[in-house]
Write a protein that binds this ligand. Structure first.
Ligand SMILES: O=C1O[C@H](COP(=O)(O)O)[C@@H](O)[C@H](O)[C@H]1O
Length: 256
């Protein structure tokens, strides 16, 4: 069962998210001397920045041990306003204090923007280089997935009812018909998500309330976020604010 933690303010949420990330960072560095995370776009990078650039975070983040990958990415140039890399750069990476030892960041290879299958394959090859040789058994094991939840219940670029939810081989898959623009993207797949050590969802604002009621009201449902809860069970922690969680009935809900 996923954990659902609700906070009275975004500040309280950011502070709790920071503590969680710092704990996972220590665990990962002890395990393999690096911290391999996958990050979503959308509303996530700004909350992540609020947590990681706060005064409270000073001295706690070992940036040069971080390897940052993208949970999904749009098939656009890295400086396009739709780029998830571009968003993370603007919200977080460009704001790291001068002199900060830099994290490793692994964006898509924009030489392949015209061919989303090749774009996905190239990103999968990048994962192979950082994680493990690809065979039918091994999967990359992310230390932490930092995920968003769309108002329709999508996460990464896995959309409700889409055939990609049935992908069981590729680590990274292309999508050409994303219902949310832009249509062409690549995404981590459920088999990769399933192997992560931990995952976090961040969802804030009343606009997420109805979908959270569905996700937690019907844990056997087929929404992408529900499927992540299902495959990772108690390895998933939701960080939400009160407006997002109002009316959500769930026995593992903590109001903090
Ligand atoms: O298109 C996307 O949307 C989701 C959700 O975004 P949000 O703004 O509702 O938080 C995001 O997690 C994903 O990475 C992004 O490509």
């Amino acid at each position: 069962m996923a954990h659902l933690n609700a906070y009275a303010s975004k500040d309280a949420l950011a502070s709790a998210l920071l503590a969680f990330i710092v704990e996972r960072q220590s665990h990962a560095i002890n395990r393999h001397d690096r911290f391999q995370v996958a990050v979503s776009g959308g509303s996530l990078p700004s909350i992540l920045a609020q947590a990681l650039l706060s005064e409270e975070a000073e001295g706690q983040i070992v940036w040069d041990k971080w390897q940052i990958f993208f949970a999904d990415e749009r098939a656009v140039p890295l400086d396009d306003e739709d780029s998830n890399f571009g968003l993370l750069k603007k919200e977080l990476l460009d704001k790291l204090p001068e002199g900060t030892p830099q994290p490793t960041v692994v964006p898509i290879d924009t030489d392949y923007l015209d061919d989303t299958q090749e774009l996905a394959d190239q990103y999968e090859q990048a994962l192979v280089r950082y994680f493990a040789p690809r065979d039918s058994v091994l999967k990359p094991i992310f230390d932490l997935l930092l995920l968003g939840c769309g108002p329709d219940g999508h996460t990464c670029s896995l959309f409700p009812g889409h055939e990609l939810l049935r992908e069981n081989d590729a680590w990274v898959a292309p999508i050409e018909d994303s219902p949310k623009p832009p249509p062409k993207r690549i995404t981590l797949t459920l088999p990769v998500i399933k192997h992560a050590i931990k995952a976090v969802f961040v969802a804030t604002g009343a606009g997420k309330q109805e979908i959270l009621k569905q996700i937690f009201g019907d844990p056997e449902g087929g929404l992408p976020c529900t499927l992540v809860n299902h495959v990772l069970e108690d390895k998933v922690t939701w960080f939400v604010d009160y407006p997002a969680v109002e009316g959500v009935v769930y026995h593992k809900k903590s109001l903090l």
